[in-house]
Design a binder for this molecule. Structure first.
Ligand code: SAH
Length: 225
């Protein structure tokens, strides 16, 4: 089923123009009579039928509304130090697919110092929803400095993905509410001690993963394991 994103989803009629219309008409080659699911970031799939489609505009009529069945069954927050924009974009898309519910960015001694474009990341999560089917996108925020992790995380079970941690028996990943991942340059010794004081340090093994890889496989371990 084709999916579009429209904040007006749920209205009796939708008129699409611009990029959603172009995608539907020229990439997906939708035809009059085709069914389309419209998403708007709530818990529902809105089912529409295409009434008309022209070069500039398509008109859709609502036929049904059903609870979305692709949304994550549980909460998982990924606390990721700021990495380069391209790698943030990749992590954002993959975490949305795998089923994380929050991506919380923070700065640390060796994190990237560039401006973070939260609205671009939110757009990537919405686009990913159209592909993977969930209707509630990954929620993305910036926490500020690493020291804010502690109050934010209080009373939560968090895995600290730490390439310096001792290899241990396979932990039970399903118990974690979140994971912490460092930047490309890693954490300082003091930062590692600070984070380890309120989390469970875990190493994935012998190789050093890139930050976005660690975030992706860590999310997979918690949600798909
Ligand atoms: N140059 C850095 C490597 C950082 S890798 C250093 O020497 O420390 C980026 C982040 O990915 C790390 O801070 C850690 O959170 C995570 N990571 C990388 N490899 C990992 C592994 N084998 N196990 C667990 N976490 C890992």
């Amino acid at each position: 089923m084709m999916r579009i994103w429209d904040e007006n989803a749920g209205k009796a009629q939708l008129k699409l123009s611009g990029s959603e219309h172009n995608h539907l008409a020229f990439v997906l080659r939708a035809k009059v009579g085709d069914g389309v699911i419209a998403l708007r970031g709530d818990e529902f799939d809105y089912f529409y039928i295409i009434e008309s489609i022209s070069k500039k505009e398509s008109v859709l009529t609502l036929i049904d509304k059903r609870k979305n069945e692709c949304n994550p069954a549980r909460e998982l927050s990924v606390y990721l130090a700021v990495i380069t924009n391209d790698n943030l974009a990749l992590a954002c898309q993959k975490l949305n697919e795998i089923g994380a519910t929050r991506l919380v960015l923070f700065s640390s001694a060796y994190s990237q110092k560039q401006k973070i474009n939260l609205s671009r990341l939110a757009e990537i999560a919405r686009q990913s929803c159209k592909q993977c089917g969930r209707s509630l996108p990954l929620r993305i925020s910036f926490l500020g400095d690493i020291k804010n992790l502690n109050p934010e995380i209080k009373n939560k079970k968090i895995a600290f993905l730490d390439n310096y941690a001792k290899k241990s028996a396979k932990p039970n990943f399903s118990k974690f509410d979140g994971i912490i991942v460092g930047p490309e340059g890693g954490f300082t010794e003091a930062e590692r001690e600070f984070i380890a004081s309120f989390t469970t340090p875990i190493s994935f093994g012998d190789r050093i993963l890139r930050a976005e890889t660690a975030a992706i496989v860590g999310t997979g371990a918690c949600l798909l394991g």
